[in-house]
Design a protein around this ligand. Structure first.
Ligand code: ATP
Length: 340
């Protein structure tokens, strides 16, 4: 587990407590938790936002939980995404009971290409007043993410994909992205698919978010759209993200280091808890282990029960501190574990 900056350390403590609880209470699941440093504080201490020791430990692990990182986020996240080829960024957004939201009845997932686009950071000055940024979209990466998105859509009730792009302006790159996605779509005749310009999608997410089930898009658009979707269904404090590769995956809250509330014991740990849930889900599929899936389902049910009982932190209309909320979560999780 990568500790990070801002609210990262306090949220990591919550997740550590939950992992220890699962480890100690489960008769089948045993694992080691390695806590490692990364981010602004690590850069001050070791001269590198992703210190060598951290990187080596992550390489030796089976999955990584990453708490938010501050200004040096790109030096950590982008490096890890690139090294492990974490090509799919998956961000579910849905409503929870008793959580104030702009819209209700929403249950969607954004699947974002995670390795290309403007996020390669290929920028240079062509003269002292002009910067050129290069955008890369390749057929291989587009096909890989489309296949992943259709696989996800196929496992969901909605059975619908919206491909989000801006091909009227980005005529070559986004045309390649859509044409490749359409090729993949032919293999899934049972999945309805539509195309939408990214600006129209931003409006539709406010006007009628229930129309979306799986959104497939490129890196930058996906980053923005998924933050919007998180806010539409409640709070960024409830939104998890998974960065998935062929052999490795990293799970994190969608939000950043939130320095404005750091150290105040008011941050909402739910998005990180839901990221933990996604990790167990992914591992259960990878290792074909149903006990991991059970842990993920227990976490999901415990979060539902918390909100049903109106147990909430301040950002979502409650009164509890981070620590109090996590204690309540742990006690509900232990009740879940005693149900068989
Ligand atoms: P980044 O650019 O990395 O996304 P940011 O500081 O611009 O970071 P966030 O850290 O995502 O944006 O947070 C935006 C605001 O949302 C914060 O200022 C904070 O008030 C609130 N926020 C974010 N995460 C949480 C959380 N877990 N619990 C409560 N409030 C949060």
């Amino acid at each position: 587990m990568l500790v990070g900056d801002g609210i990262g350390p306090e949220l990591s403590l919550c997740i550590e407590d939950i992992l220890h609880y699962i480890h100690d209470s489960s008769s089948t699941l045993k694992f080691n938790i390695n806590k490692v440093e990364a981010g602004d504080e690590a850069k001050k201490k070791y001269g590198k936002a992703l210190p060598d020791d951290t990187f080596e430990k992550i390489k030796k692990s089976q999955a990584c939980l990453k708490s938010p990182v501050g200004e040096s986020a790109a030096d950590v996240v982008l490096v890890l995404r690139r090294y492990f080829e974490l090509y799919a960024n998956v961000r579910p957004s849905k409503n929870y009971i008793n959580i104030p939201a702009i819209s209700h009845g929403v249950d969607l997932v954004t699947v974002r290409e995670n390795t290309e686009d403007l996020y390669l950071g290929w920028e240079f000055y062509s003269d002292e007043d002009t910067v050129i940024s290069l955008r890369k979209i390749s057929r291989n990466a587009s096909k890989r993410i489309a296949e992943y998105a259709f696989k996800i859509a196929n496992s969901r009730k909605g059975k619908k994909i919206t491909i989000v792009h801006k091909s009227n302006v980005l005529r070559l790159s986004d045309r390649l992205f859509i044409d490749t996605s359409k090729e993949v779509a032919k293999k899934y005749p049972e999945i309805e698919f539509e195309e939408m310009y990214v600006d129209a999608c931003s409006m539709e997410l406010i006007r009628d978010p229930r129309r979306f089930d799986t959104i497939l898009t490129t890196n930058l658009f996906g980053d923005i759209i998924s933050d919007e979707a998180a806010q539409v269904t409640g709070s960024i404090g409830l939104a998890p993200a998974a960065n998935i590769g062929e052999n490795f995956a990293m799970f994190e809250p969608v939000h950043g280091a939130a320095f404005d509330i750091a150290g105040k014991n008011i941050a909402n740990p739910t998005s990180f808890i839901l990221a933990l849930k996604m990790m167990f889900e992914w591992m259960s599929e990878k290792y074909r282990d149903t006990s991991l899936l059970n842990e993920s389902l227990k976490i999901e049910r415990a979060v539902d029960e918390l909100f049903t009982k109106k147990i909430k932190t301040k950002d979502i209309g409650g009164t509890l501190s981070t620590k109090e909320f996590n204690q309540k979560f742990l006690s509900i999780l232990s009740n879940e574990s005693s149900k068989k």
